[in-house]
Ligand binder design. Sequence first.
Ligand code: NAD
Length: 344
Amino acid sequence: MSRICFFDTKPYDKIYFDMFKDKFGFEIDYFEPKLNADTAIMARGYEVVVAFVNDTIDAKTIDILYNEGVRLIAMRCAGYNNIDFKAAYGKIHVVRVPAYSPYAVAEHAMALLLTLNRKIHRAYNRTKEHNFSLNGLTGFDLYGKTIGVIGTGKIGRVFIDICKGFGMKVLAYDPYPVKDVGIHYVDLDELCRESDIISLHCPLTKETKHMIKKETIQQMKKGIYIINTSRGALIDSEALLNAIKEEQVGGAVLDVYEEETEFFYEDLSGEIIKDDILSGLISMPNVIVTSHQAFLTREALNKIAEITLQNIKEYFSNAGLANEICYQCIKLSNCEKTDKNRCF
Ligand code: NAD
């Protein structure tokens, strides 16, 4: 039986991976710390590590993992902006779970929008205190409003369908538009100018980092709502906080935050949060922050566990790696795979 090690373990990870480990014939050693250059040494003696979105898989971490004998990093997520692929290339294969449930993320985005707009977060607290006043809880009909969707991949398209179900007008921007699916594409400037609500569904890359910044926010309608369930650094958080204070932005719902690695997934309820921007955002009545939980449904956790372990099985059985990704796959989309269908 092959042994693999698992970083940044939470109780719900264990439940779903334990359900599948016998089927694939693995022993899993679960570690609580996040994977980074300080903890990578824990992987000594393992050929495979399972990692997640807030692990720091930079050149230093990769060097240590490689020297300790690791040859496969199995990401149990779709995103991969936390990996230095150039450092890994030729040394450690990287696989991921490209799709597990676009519905989980898209539905969470809509849940956040409905909560923000109809002030459910405030109403919940009020009625718990037997405060049945409605003052300050006025929302607006989503029906007939214009929503701008940035990124029309798997999640963006499910989100668009949900919005259409609400009778919203959808504008979309994607440098690689999908043909014949009835999506009305416009350029990013028009989307920013015309939308009442904007939702981000594109990956974090060098090009998309801070795509929502002071200048873009200034182009938007006063009172715009912004939804981010993609990656925190798509938004310049300081510019967002300022725009909320200035009431240019009418509300923001954030499942991700650019400096989330230090905070998200941990219970820090007794601690001082030394990040004034995060604290500032959380303190606003019209900002809702969830802790990168959009993926967290039973269906998604099932698929994540099954596909991750399938990816690892392919590695151990010397088969092609269907879900491998390297810097060439990302940059050029024309990685010349080996005869074995591996990136190197
Ligand atoms: P996807 O690869 O199917 O779609 C991404 C889309 O973004 C593609 O159509 C691509 O062409 C487009 N895109 C690329 N560059 C762009 C740009 N500059 N501007 C606009 N669009 C651009 O990915 P997906 O499965 O739909 O996931 C989208 C993002 O959601 C992921 O990158 C990930 O960061 C995030 N995500 C978050 C969670 C969560 O729990 N919050 C879970 C899964 C995924």
